[in-house]
Design a protein around this ligand. Sequence first.
Ligand SMILES: [Zn+2]
Ligand SMILES: [Zn+2]
Length: 200
Amino acid sequence: MLDKELLAFGQKFHGHKCPAMPMGLRVGLAAMEKLGVEHAPDGQLEAILELDEEHCATCFADGIQVATGCTYGKGNIKRLGYGKWGLTLVDKKTKRAIRVVAKAEAMMKSKQSEFMEQRKSGIPASQVPAEVADPLVEMVSNTPDELLLNIGEVFTKELKEAAHTFESVVCDQCGEMVVERNARLKGGKVLCIPCSGYKD
Ligand SMILES: [Zn+2]
Ligand SMILES: [Zn+2]
């Protein structure tokens, strides 16, 4: 059962009602429970997603962000590009990790729904009527873990840790701030990448 407040917060953050965001919440929460960790206030956890880009149900990633505190802003969430709805959650301190994936049967229920028919016909998720979206959200919210998810065993995973740099400089041309290691030297000037004309 998904906590109503967390679901409401997730939907507000995400912007619409769909089954994939709450599926991300369920997967994230199950991984945290199995690892025995809390929502990460800093970079304690790392989420490694198997999603790719521009395919159905990438909304899943927003549920993972809300549940785990692994966010794009903190930089502790990554995408492997497999086009799958698996999550490996790593507790960096203990190097313990877990993989949780949404069951194909549960994903199929969303896929073969009126909601998805409307989405495929070009209707944005926010315009799908509540009576079509709500039952799917409820299904994902209320189905017990064992019918919804495959939860793996805890294993050891070491992550390469790069220290966060605090160094930055001002570009001599545009006057905007740029992280020092991203600045380029050209003709005696310190330039950001766009001003330098270099590709990277
Ligand atoms: Zn969505
Ligand atoms: Zn510049």
